[in-house]
Design a protein around this ligand. Structure first.
Ligand SMILES: Cc1cc2nc3c(=O)[nH]c(=O)nc-3n(C[C@H](O)[C@H](O)[C@H](O)COP(=O)(O)OP(=O)(O)OC[C@H]3O[C@@H](n4cnc5c(N)ncnc54)[C@H](O)[C@@H]3O)c2cc1C
Length: 480
C-alpha cells in the first residue's frame, strides 16, 4: 500500500492545545470536527463516521447564508447541476468510478437523483442535496451543530468551508496559513424557463449525433455579430474592478471570453461543432446550448454562460439569442467571491497542513475546482482525519488514480501562480505499451481509466475502514 509517511498526530500535542473557542465544543480523542457541510464536508463527515470515529459537523446555514447558497440543505449545488462526463475516456469519469467504489455519499445521491444529460452525470439538485442531508443527519456517529464557526477548534479538524468561507473563519485561518489565502470571483450562468423558449428556432440535439439532451440555439453570422456587439456594450456598463481578477478557465464569464476576441466565444462555449441545424442541415455559425436543470425539464441553463453582467443588460444579451427572444430568466447569472489556499505552499498530499498536521483541508479551500473534486478530497480528508484520531498514518492514494494524481498535484504544483485545479488526464502518469510507438487518446484513455481504477481499488481494499464495492474494472490485464 502506498502512503505518505509523515504527520501522524501525537496525542500529547493534542493535550497541549488551546482551549476550545466555541463553548460546548469538546472533541475527545476519538472525535473529528468537520467545518462546513457542503460537497467536501458532507463527504468528510461520512467517511470519518463510517471509519468509526465520532464526528462533530458544523454548518452555518441557514442561520448565516452565503451569497450563492439558497437552502439549508447540505451539499447544495450552487451553479451547474452536472458532476461531469461519465465515460471511460473522461478524467471525471475515472474520479466518479473511484468515488463510487468507496461508497461516496455524493456519488450515491447523484445516481439516485440523476437526470438525462448525454454522457454527463447531471442531477435534480434539490433531491440530490436532500438525499445527502438525510444520509449525514441519520448517521449515528455524526452530531450536527448548525452554527458558524468563527475560530479554529481544538483537536483533529477538517476545514471544508468552501469558496464562500465566512469572513470570520477566513480571518481565523490567516495565522495558520501565514496569511497566504487568496480570494477572487467566479460566475454562475442564467437559467431560463422552458416554456419561454421558441422551439421553432431552437432544436434538440447532442454533438455528433449523441443523445439529444441539449436544446441548441443556432446563430447565423449577422445574429452573432449583433449578439457580440451587445455583449461588448453590456460589458462596458458593468463595474470593471472584477476584470482585474483571475478566473478559472472552466468558469470564465462569457463577457470576459468575448473580450478576448470576436471569435473566442465561437471557439469556446458557443462552438457549433457537431451540431447539424435541422433547418439547414449544416452547422450554424455559432450555437448557445441549454442544459436541463430540473427533473421536469422546466428550467434550462445556458451552458458556459457564467456572467457578472448587470441583470438588465443580461436580459438584453440573452434575448438576442435566437430562440430566447422571449426568454423568461428564472435565475440570473451572478459572480461570487472564491476563497482558496495556496495549496503547494501549505498542504501535504494527505490534505494535512504541513505546519499544523492536526488540521486537514478539503474542497475548494484546498485548491481544487469542481463539485466532484471537492467531494473526493472531502472523502480523503475525512478518511485521514479518522486515521489520525486512531493513531494511524494518514495516506495518499496511488498516483495512477485520479484522486491520487489530484492531491499530489495540490501538494507539489508551482506555488507561484497557483490556481485551483480540476480533474484532467495530465494529473496521472502517461501510459505506454511495450512494442507500440504511440497510442492515440481514444485508445489510451480507457486503459488509463482501468489502470487508475484498479490501483485505487487495490489501495482502498487495504484500508480497514473502507468497504470497496465489487465489480469494475474488468479483469483484463492493464498495462502499466
Ligand atoms: C458561484 C459558484 C458557482 C460554482 N459553480 C460550479 C459549477 O457549476 N460546477 C462545479 O463543478 N463547481 C462549481 N463551483 C465550484 C465548487 O465546485 C463549488 O463551490 C463546491 O460547492 C465546492 O465545494 P466545497 O465543499 O469546497 O464548498 P461548499 O459546497 O460551498 O461547502 C462549504 C460549506 O461551508 C459552510 N461554511 C462556510 N463558512 C462556515 C463557517 N465559518 N462555519 C460553518 N460553516 C461554514 C457553507 O455554508 C457551505 O455549506 C462554483 C462555485 C461558486 C462559488
Amino acid at each position: 500500500m502506498r502512503g505518505a509517511r509523515r504527520r501522524a498526530f501525537p496525542f500529547a500535542t493534542l493535550a497541549r492545545m488551546k482551549s476550545p473557542s466555541n463553548p460546548g465544543h469538546q472533541p475527545g480523542h476519538n472525535t473529528v470536527t468537520v467545518v462546513g457541510a457542503g460537497l467536501s464536508g458532507s463527504e468528510a463527515a461520512l467517511a470519518a463516521a463510517n471509519a468509526g470515529v465520532q464526528v462533530i459537523l458544523y454548518e452555518m446555514r441557514p442561520q448565516k447564508m452565503t451569497p450563492a447558497h439558497r437552502s439549508a440543505n447540505f451539499a447544495e449545488l450552487v451553479c451547474s447541476n452536472s458532476l461531469g462526463g461519465e465515460a471511460d475516456t473522461n478524467a471525471k469519469g475515472l474520479l466518479q468510478a473511484e468515488m463510487l467504489s468507496v461508497g461516496s455519499v455524493v456519488m450515491q445521491a447523484a445516481h439516485q437523483a440523476r437526470l438525462p444529460a448525454g454522457g454527463a452525470l447531471a442531477v435534480e439538485r434539490d433531491s440530490f442535496s436532500a438525499q445527502v442531508t438525510r444520509m449525514v443527519r441519520e448517521h449515528p456517529g455524526i452530531t450536527v451543530r448548525q452554527e458558524e464557526l468563527t475560530e479554529l477548534p481544538e483537536g483533529i479538524t477538517v476545514i471544508a468551508t468552501g469558496p464562500l468561507t465566512s469572513d470570520a473563519l477566513a480571518r481565523a485561518l490567516a495565522p495558520v496559513t501565514g496569511g497566504e489565502h487568496l480570494s477572487f470571483y467566479d460566475a454562475a450562468a442564467p437559467v431560463v424557463a422552458f416554456d419561454s423558449i421558441d422551439m421553432d428556432l431552437a432544436f434538440r440535439a447532442g454533438r455528433y449525433d449523441q443523445s439529444a439532451d441539449y436544446i441548441n440555439c443556432p446563430m447565423n453570422k449577422e445574429e452573432y455579430e449583433r449578439f457580440y456587439a451587445a455583449i461588448e456594450l453590456a460589458r462596458s456598463h458593468t463595474p470593471h474592478d472584477w476584470e482585474k481578477l483571475e478566473f478559472f478557465d472552466g468558469c470564465m464569464p462569457i463577457e470576459e471570453i468575448a473580450r478576448r476576441g470576436f471569435n473566442t466565444p465561437r471557439f469556446g462555449p458557443m462552438s457549433p461543432k457537431g451540431l447539424d441545424d435541422p433547418r439547414t442541415g449544416r452547422w450554424p455559425y455559432a450555437v448557445v446550448q441549454l442544459r436541463q436543470e430540473d427533473r421536469e425539464g422546466r428550467m434550462w441553463s445556458l451552458v458556459g454562460f457564467q456572467t457578472g453582467l448587470k441583470w438588465g443588460d443580461q436580459k438584453t444579451v440573452v434575448q438576442l439569442i435566437p430562440g430566447l427572444q422571449n426568454a423568461e430568466i428564472v435565475r440570473y447569472g451572478v459572480m461570487h467571491r472564491n476563497t482558496y489556499l495556496n495549496a503547494p505552499k501549505l498542504i501535504d498530499s494527505t490534505l494535512q497542513l504541513r505546519e499544523h498536521p492536526r488540521l486537514l483541508v478539503a474542497g475548494v479551500l484546498a485548491g481544487t475546482e469542481g463539485y466532484l473534486e471537492s467531494a473526493a478530497t472531502g472523502w480523503l480528508a475525512g478518511t485521514n482525519a479518522a486515521r489520525l484520531a486512531r493513531g494511524e498514518e494518514p495516506l495518499t492514494p496511488p498516483q495512477e488514480s485520479m484522486l491520487g494524481g489530484l492531491v499530489r498535484y495540490l501538494a507539489s504544483a508551482n506555488a507561484k501562480n497557483f490556481q485551483p485545479m480540476n480533474t484532467n488526464w495530465a494529473l496521472v502518469p502517461d501510459l505506454t505499451v511495450e512494442g507500440r510507438k504511440k497510442l492515440g487518446k481514444r485508445e489510451k484513455r480507457p486503459l488509463m481509466y482501468q489502470r487508475g481504477l484498479q490501483a485505487f481499488r487495490a489501495w482502498a481494499t487495504g484500508l480497514k475502514s473502507v468497504q470497496v464495492s465489487p465489480g469494475t474494472p474488468s479483469a483484463e490485464t492493464v498495462p502499466s
